[in-house]
Design a protein around this ligand. Sequence first.
Ligand code: ADP
Ligand code: BMX
Ligand code: MG
Ligand code: CA
Ligand code: ZN
Length: 354
Amino acid sequence: DLDEPLQKSFRFPPVKECFSQDIDHILETQSALAVDLGGTNLRVAIISMKGGIVKKFCQPNPKNYEARMELILKMCTDAAIQAVDLNCRILGVGVSTGGRVNPQEGVIIDSTKLIKEWSGIDIRTPISDALHLPVWVDNDGNCAALAERKFGHGRGVEDFVTIITGTGMQTAALGPTTRHRRGIIQHGELIHGSTFCAAELGHITVSLDGPECKCGSRGCVEAFASGLALQHEAKKLHDADLLITEEVPLKGEETITAAHLISAAQHGNPKAEAVLRTAGTALGVAVVNILHTVNPSLVVLSGVLASSYQAPVQQVISQRALCSVGNVKVLTSDLQEPALLGAASMVLDFATRR
Ligand code: ADP
Ligand code: BMX
Ligand code: MG
Ligand code: CA
Ligand code: ZN
């Protein structure tokens, strides 16, 4: 990362010289710890004021509450120690997590089966007790939207929707202060909803009898187009001996993932192509539903599958959306880790508020 040499070489100048021209350097050392808990991974990073990822750690997200909490605290403590060596002053901890989150309380209210034993969890208190730092918490999709607003395509855009594809689908919407929209979207800020369940767009139903979803329903867009859904389809093709070829090899004990499916489709495997086409169409239909509900000016796709989905989403919009929303911009995010960056932004924005 560009920030790293700067962090290492920086030393505070004598006090009398420490004014305007150095203020940028001083701000550079101010950083946040960011935590991102997803259906597969647990990431912790040190993130600088300008959105540089100074250092990142990644572990599989443990399957039960005790092991998960223990690992979060250990990774945060280790990262805080490393931050001292890297000359980063940690201002607080931002936590991005799957599930319905009450940000005022720092509590995960409920979770789908994607993250087990993760309902009714106060995550703020243990982290803040262990690190003696203030802690902010929000849903991972909401964090990603905050990152787009601060560092990505959402800069200066009043109302937009983000959709990240990881194991599940993380989504959020931001919007302007438009009076006639009050109650849906307010103040260019995240919509949290009356019970913190707004913008769970992964659970928009796109088929009355589609595949089962981790939330307990069926036919949700997440059940068609998420990393886990594609992995499931990839495994089915593999079991029928229809996935692995010379062009799409399986190395040793490697598990089958969405990546094999994408690679097979790229090499002209018609079954894999069909799965991806259905997934892209499902996502497109969900996006059209969102356009007809909140009418954003921009949709940002991100995550490992974003580039595969951009074209099918555009196509479904052109086929199915009402004229007035047909020209919406659909972009692929250029941020590396939107959820982590957004988690950090909750800390950095608060610390530098005026
Ligand atoms: P989470 O936040 O849900 O833990 P990540 O954003 O770390 O997830 O992404 C992990 C998911 O993405 C897994 O479902 C994995 O199978 C899938 N995945 C990882 N690498 C790739 C890839 N190169 N192409 C497609 N899918 C991938
Ligand atoms: C699920 C749901 C969302 C989350 C999304 C993305 C839980 C635990 N998760 O739809 O709140 O935003 O997964 O999660 O209820 P990821 O694993 O793809 O990061
Ligand atoms: Mg994630
Ligand atoms: Ca969300
Ligand atoms: Zn669902």
